[in-house]
Design a protein around this ligand. Structure first.
Ligand code: ZN
Length: 216
């Protein structure tokens, strides 16, 4: 649109800017203040979760299929690894994380047992109950996938804690399910390998690359 007078052109531009400003302002006032704060907190948690997930190896990464090695000595490096993994697990809103999922092939995993953070080094399941439970399981390396997996209801798992002291934990659900899942990771086994054919096929559908949100 060609304007004859410079002043007119200038006015038009200013008017347009004001309109835009007013509009934005009006939207802010329209939102309930309490709801907005809650929404902001939820948004921040979700943003932190996405950042954490970006630091966790995702399905398709070859390291997730590799077998982790025994830890020879529980030293400061192992403790730092466990601390980093515990923080990442919480930021990702998970309840367990294996070292393979952060690209470290050592037999270490962290998990939440009845609200308490635990570290297990060189874990071995030494006893399993005969009872099996079938329940949906997710994985921080498989994002939206949730598939039914059979697990022993009770297990005894032995290993070393973060100070290198031997521990033997007798666990029931859900902790027993979590440690069986994390121990699988150390052997390169994923929930896709433990579920039924139909669920696996449905999961592969979700794992296909998704179009980037917002792009057209
Ligand atoms: Zn997992």
């Amino acid at each position: 649109m060609a304007e004859h007078e410079h002043d007119h052109d200038h006015d038009d531009h200013e008017h347009g800017a004001d309109e835009h400003g007013d509009h934005e302002h009006g939207d802010e006032h329209g939102a309930d203040e309490h709801g907005a704060a809650e929404q902001e907190a939820a948004f921040e948690r979700e943003a932190r979760r996405m950042v954490a997930l970006a630091r966790i190896r995702q399905y398709g990464d070859a390291v997730l299929r590799m077998k982790a090695r025994e830890v020879e000595e529980v030293d400061d490096d192992v403790r730092r690894l466990a601390e980093r993994m515990t923080a990442l697990m919480h930021e990702a809103q998970g309840v367990g994380l294996a070292a393979t999922q952060v690209g470290v092939l050592q037999r270490v995993f962290v998990f939440v047992d009845e609200g308490e953070d635990r570290v297990l080094v060189n874990p071995v399941i030494t006893k399993r109950s005969k009872d099996i439970e079938l329940d949906d399981e997710g994985c921080l390396s498989l994002r939206e996938v949730l598939v039914p997996v059979e697990r022993s209801v009770e297990v005894t798992i032995e290993g070393l804690d973060e100070n290198g002291r031997p521990v033997a934990l007798e666990l029931g659900l859900p902790s027993s399910r979590i440690v069986q899942h994390e121990l699988d990771h150390l052997d390169g086994v994923l929930i896709l390998d433990r579920t039924d054919e139909e669920s696996r096929r449905a999961a592969f559908g979700k794992l296909r690359p998704q179009p980037v949100l917002g792009s057209r």
